[in-house]
Design a protein around this ligand. Sequence first.
Ligand code: MG
Length: 152
Amino acid sequence: MKELCIDMLSRRGVELDDIAECVMFLQKKYYPDLSHEKALEAVEKVLGKREVQNAVMTAIHLDESAEKGNMDEPLKEILMKDDPLYGIDEVMAYGICNLYGSIALTNYGYIDKEKPLIIGKLNEKGPQCNTFLDDIVGAIAASAASRLAHNR
Ligand code: MG
């Protein structure tokens, strides 16, 4: 299941290395000697959780269904234009962060506001629908950062 999620993320243009870079972005102030390898390891651990895998699969399925037109209106249009008032994409991200406590939640809020690196790229307007994906990537990075903070 974890491998399937890694393949799905990759098909949507997100590699685990990209998420690890977001972890480094979140942790650079608190953990200046954090290596890319350690960040990547934390991302892999987060992706090992069944609840996270379920969120990744659901998120990508919804984005792809909207893109293929395989969804009823008005939901299809809401997802295709990434309506900022929709909010359910963020709620799914909280579902991941809740597994990792309050540090994950505050990290997610920060990364969602700053939109660094791959999260910024996912937010650029293009033919691909990333309404759920950007939040899932942010939540995985935030959770991995929380894991590192707690295990230090
Ligand atoms: Mg979103």
